[in-house]
Design a protein around this ligand. Structure first.
Ligand SMILES: Nc1ncnc2c1ncn2[C@@H]1O[C@H](COP(=O)(O)OP(=O)(O)OP(=O)(O)O)[C@@H](O)[C@H]1O
Length: 243
């Protein structure tokens, strides 16, 4: 795929295959094209050349209703959680079901299942302003999985969170992959985040794929930072989160 903004090629003839069931990381410097590539996967950005193919079906020429239908199988979470301020937690998670015209009587059960999965069922009547950053992100995750997607696209899902909350969110993503069998594509500029979860990593630079690397995920616990780690980092002057 190629994506241009005016004459600038943000994505230059990229070809990438995401395997069903994998957790695929995308890493690269700021401006490398990571978000653009991710957003092309669910057609938030349309490629100027090339195709987005899901289950052997080209989706980039679909329109309106058909795109909305495809998007229901592609959940997405962002750095900013994009919750609706005047809706409760329950109301926010129910939005995709309303859009998909799921009957009201089935909505409650599905919303509560999603909230249970992220551990927030008791928060259903709270409003976003009453939640911590990590809790808001978990609501956004519940919203993204409420339609039972096959793929979850995550754009810097932890970059505004502290390290403990980051670990909790990554653990939720790992459970979604393992228990719900959802393929995950995660964009991050944080090496620790990518290493902890991903089985394959696409390294991007200047709108191109520099390499696709198979790795052994280190596990979410590895990025846990207790007080001792903070002291270690302060003494060494480093921050392994941004290594
Ligand atoms: N809507 C747009 N209009 C013009 N240029 C854009 C637009 N969106 C992205 N770009 C440019 O495309 C390039 C890739 O942007 P993208 O956001 O995909 O990079 P990124 O790797 O995700 O960076 P970051 O880590 O900073 O979010 C950048 O040079 C950016 O300025």
């Amino acid at each position: 795929m190629t994506k241009r903004y005016g004459t600038f090629e943000a994505i230059q003839s990229i070809s990438l295959h995401i395997k069903p069931g994998e957790i695929h990381g995308i890493i690269g410097a700021s401006g490398a094209g990571k978000s653009t590539l991710l957003r092309m996967m669910n057609l938030l950005e349309k490629p100027d050349e090339g195709d987005v193919i899901i289950n052997n079906k080209k989706i980039n020429h679909l329109k309106g209703k058909e795109i909305r239908h495809i998007r229901q199988s592609l959940g997405m979470i962002f750095q900013g959680h994009n919750l609706v301020g005047n809706k409760t937690v329950f109301g926010n998670v129910a939005v995709p079901l309303e859009i998909a015209k799921v009957e009201k009587k089935h909505r409650t059960e599905r919303v509560m299942e999603s909230l249970q999965f992220v551990g927030l069922e008791t928060f259903k009547d709270k409003y976003p302003r009453q939640l911590s950053g990590g809790q808001k992100q978990r609501v956004a995750i519940a919203r993204a999985i409420v339609n039972d997607p096959k793929v979850l696209l995550c754009d810097e899902p932890t970059s505004s969170l502290d390290s403990t909350t980051t670990m909790e969110i990554l653990e939720v993503l790992k459970q979604i992959n393992q228990k719900l069998n959802v393929t995950i594509v995660i964009v991050s500029h944080e090496m620790d985040v990518i290493r902890s979860l991903s089985e394959r990593v696409t390294v991007m630079a200047d709108g191109q794929i520099y390499d696709v690397v198979d790795i052994k995920p280190t596990g979410v616990h590895k990025i846990k930072k207790g007080a001792a780690t903070f002291v270690e980092q302060l003494k060494s002057g480093g921050d392994s989160n941004h290594s």
